[in-house]
Design a protein around this ligand. Structure first.
Ligand code: DHE
Length: 517
């Protein structure tokens, strides 16, 4: 009896020691498997939760990642783990998710098709189910809790709010009538939403790390540029079914990420720039395609017998330097680009070559550039991510006209054809709460606003008539602040959860020179 008690005691001690040993031996992989893989995927590629790869987490600080694991994320399915994991385990997990995968993950036809979701659509009507002007709606992307608000642009009242995929990036893209809108998440999800019925229609995941999306002017195609894998993916705009996957490989056979892809409306083509090779691609959806375009690549819909499609051939333009960030003139003949490693350039898409250098220092944020008429000329204005200035370029001579000093470097710039002013934010540094208002003719700052002292203010968008300008306060308990665009007086505050961007239907579908396309 005594022996059996002693044996039981020893066994208990052994088990406890063994369990502790097991716990300390717990590799970070097994911690990940136990606590994270159900939502974030066995290979960290994301499932219901986002992908946890360094490429996708670039803008997240490690400290913030640790805090999210510990405390969870409000209004999402991310639970707090502080009761289950200690500080060391959380830190190990943070290091783990910031470590690149050993092998490049595959995201091809099989994975894309398997992710496709078509939501049931019942009693679809051609009329909006609300009274607001459908062309003066704003979509507000709220990254604070990953939602989108549909805002009535006359009353400045939300009419609907719905959850989005995790971390939408770039502007949502509207179909030509403004009825449908397509969102892109950094994780590669594309979502199609019906703005008349206020319903999600379809979703598909086209990559692991996507850049941005464009819609053809004939509303037939959606194209997505990816960072990971190195592909351009073409979808049927009707239901987001897969049309084609174009491997992005330059003339020398080197594969490349896609910097961004845009719809060049007057050309009836998509224009994409490669991030790792000095090449621009033009993909025509004109029928028949213009001369000088190559052969069309594989169409998955044909092989599955679902539909047939006209050819979409590619034309490649080889350049001397990479287009990191770029801007089109309103005619879509010229691409103005900034390179993070050198001089900018102007590329003539008709001629298929560089036609001028662009003298822009620092890191101009050309994708936020805007143009307007100044006297008889057209000028381009661009904020700069590294310099405290807005650069003004003459669109005929491509020469710098003026540098307007600002209180810090800026991210976004906006105007409207009916407004005498251009607005630019100060995004970085101690004056991040500042918005400058610039007179478009004198090129002088006429007013400096501090919409909410101490809080980052950024990203302006005008109502369809240009009478009001909406500014974001980039805070979890943030807001949209509506200004009278003439008197520059505040009109209204609408609470929002970190409203990173807002997009007016009319200004987008008419390709207003004062906003992004
Ligand atoms: Fe963006 C648009 C690239 C970081 C918020 N950003 C775009 C577009 C490109 C781009 C190419 C145009 C896409 C489109 O609309 O079709 N962004 C980049 C970068 O290369 C950069 C510097 C690094 C990166 O991580 O990719 C970058 N961007 C950011 C951010 O850190 C921002 C501030 C916060 C976020 O949400 O990621 C950010 N980018 C935005 C927004 C737009 C955008 C809000 C849409 C602007 C618009 O009004 O059209």
């Amino acid at each position: 009896m005594k022996y059996s008690i002693l044996f039981a005691l020893l066994l208990g001690m052994y088990n406890a020691a063994f369990a502790t040993q097991l716990e300390t031996n717990n590799t970070v992989e097994s911690l990940y498997k136990t606590h994270c893989s159900t939502c974030h995927g066995t290979h960290r590629l994301g499932v219901t939760g986002p992908a946890l790869l360094p490429e996708n987490l670039r803008r997240l600080r490690k400290k913030k990642a640790a805090n999210t694991i510990s405390e969870g994320r409000v209004a999402t399915q991310m639970l707090p783990f502080k009761d289950r994991l200690d500080k060391q385990q959380i830190e190990a997990l943070v290091d783990y998710i910031f470590t690149p995968l050993e092998k490049s993950p595959v995201w091809g036809e099989k994975e894309i098709r398997a992710s496709h979701i078509k939501y049931p659509i019942k009693n679809k009507s051609d009329k909006p189910i609300f009274k607001a002007d459908p062309l003066n709606l704003f979509l507000v992307v709220e990254s604070g809790d990953h939602h989108v608000t549909v805002l009535d642009g006359d009353k400045f009242e939300p009419i609907h709010r719905f959850p989005s995929r995790f971390a939408l990036h770039g502007g949502p893209k509207y179909s030509s009538t403004g009825r449908y809108v397509y969102f892109t998440s950094r994780d590669g999800w594309i979502s199609k939403f019906d703005l008349y019925q206020l319903k999600m229609e379809a979703e598909i995941r086209v990559g692991i790390n996507a850049r941005n999306t464009a819609i053809s002017s004939d509303n037939r195609f959606v194209i997505v540029g990816n960072y990971m894998p190195h592909t351009l993916v073409i979808l049927d705009a009707k239901d987001l079914s897969l049309v084609s996957i174009i491997p992005v490989v330059d003339k020398e056979g080197k594969s490349s990420r896609v910097s961004a892809v845009y719809n060049a409306h007057p050309r009836q083509s998509f224009v994409a720039a490669l991030k790792d090779s000095p090449e621009v691609w033009e993909i025509s959806y004109k029928n028949p395609p213009p001369a000088g375009f190559g052969k069309w690549v594989h169409d998955y819909r044909k092989s599955s017998g679902e539909a047939t499609v006209d050819p979409l051939p590619i034309r490649r333009i080889k350049l001397d330097s990479i287009l990191d960030d770029f801007f089109f003139d309103q005619e879509y003949v010229h691409v103005l680009s900034a390179s993070r490693k050198g001089k900018g350039q102007v590329v003539d898409l008709d001629l298929g070559r560089k036609v001028a250098d662009l003298e822009l220092d620092g890191m101009p944020h050309l994708s936020s550039g805007i143009t307007w008429k100044r006297g008889k000329n057209t000028v381009l204005a661009t904020p700069n991510l590294k310099e405290s200035a807005v650069s003004i370029i003459d669109m005929k001579t491509w020469k710098p006209l003026k540098k307007i000093p600002t209180l810090g470097s800026g991210f976004f710039m906006r105007s409207h054809e009916n407004s005498p002013y251009a607005w630019v934010d100060v995004f970085f540094g101690k004056n991040k709460d500042v918005m400058h208002v610039i007179d478009k003719q004198t090129l002088e700052i006429v007013k400096t606003l501090r919409p909410m002292p101490g809080k980052t203010s950024a990203h302006v968008e005008f109502t369809r008539d240009g009478r009001f300008a909406l500014v974001s306060i980039w805070e979890m308990d943030g807001a949209l602040i509506v200004y009278d665009a003439k008197t520059l007086k505040e009109v209204k505050r609408i609470p929002m959860k970190k409203p990173v961007g807002k997009y007016n239907v009319y200004n987008k579908i008419t390709r207003s020179a004062g906003t992004s396309h």
